[in-house]
Design a protein around this ligand. Sequence first.
Ligand code: 9PG
Length: 453
Amino acid sequence: MPAASPFEPVAEIALGPGARVYESGWQSWTPSTSYDVGRRPHRPIASAAIMNGWGNRLAPPDDGYQGEGLLVVDPSEGGDVVVVAARDPAHEVPTVRASARGAAMTVSANGPVDVLRHPTGSAMSNVLGQWADEVSARLVAQPIRPAPTIWCSWYHYFIDVTAQDIEENISVIEKDDLPLDVIQIDDGYQAAVGDRLTLSERFHDLRELTKRINETGRRAGIWVAPFLAGESSALARDHPDWLLSGDDGPVSAGRNWGQQVFGLDLTHPAVCDYLGLVFGSLVDLGFDFFKLDFLYAGALEGHRRKNVSSVCAYRSGLDLVREAVGLSPYLLGCGAPILPSVGKVDAMRVSPDTAPHFEPRDGDLSAPSGRSSILTGRGRSWQHGRWWVNDPDCLLTGSAVEERAVLVGHIERYGGLIGVSDRMADLDDWGRSTLERLCRERPGPTPFTDLWW
Ligand code: 9PG
């Protein structure tokens, strides 16, 4: 495995009393926000969250700030706002650290970064927007496409979803003529994580479902974790050499679904063929919207067949998916390393998962909760319309949802992709009118204006 380069100082910044610092987290679920200098940033609480929520990059120092490929310091009191950002995020995303000693902040990085200074008084969100425009000019080749509106099975049924559940929701959406373009089957249809084309006992024929969805005039969507395999999958058992390996066996991509999960070596020719086959088959089955999840598993550090950076391997994996599905299907990234994905997906989940509870269970803001989704969804609002359409995660309209009006306000202000994930038969008048309003008034794929933070 390539040894990490040492941290070298790249900027020394004089701080005023109202100084702030912005940390950009590694992947969709990693908290990304700004802090008053001196305030302790959000950090993982349980070690299990480090991989899943925080991205298993270098552990941040106890007494400082850390961004992945991007950190911004606003020193206040007449000082320039300083952006320290990956020079070439399509190849390498260095870790950037900042620590304050008295009235000075030292910023260091472990790879090539640019240090960009903006005149005093620039709001951080504008400075981030400017940088995002420059990155977009280099990496986003196609115009950003507006997102369809979506019904997603996850937040009501979770892993236990059945074909009957999907059919019931198709029927209600059709009967009530709900303004939803895509009906998206989430995790739970497949036999095991990693075995994408073998169905769980709760599903028997995806073709029947996509036909039924298409008959209502809607598009069929599906969840896939393309770069991940669970230890209990046939893939991991039959092809251990397809897994990304470290010095002591396969590299862990964390634990989920009650098992160890691993990342795939996206430079292995057989893995490439296999992914082509999987996505080709899903297109043949009638899917044309793909929620690509747990993408971070394709960008872990490890030994690969080809000696390319983890970011390059990851991007080639996304290219492969696009080639296999063709140009027209809509790709939504999730659990995805943010900077390495620019230019490769149509929409991006820009926050941890939403949930009916507002406070994260153990105080970890990478864990599902209303507050987690708002904090980071807002902290990445400058990416919308520049790199992709921002997905703030689904609307939940049930009366048991804590602070549901606050969540709706967040999606209304910072959402680009509008999805809903209730059981549609449960939708009450408030839910229906809220859903209709959010779908009708959703913004186009152009940057948000008047971001003030
Ligand atoms: C399906 C879900 C939904 C959801 C995604 C993603 O173990 N974890 O830390 C963990 C984090 C996120 C997560 C699942 C597990 O949710 O964001 O919308 O598609 O996968 O499994």
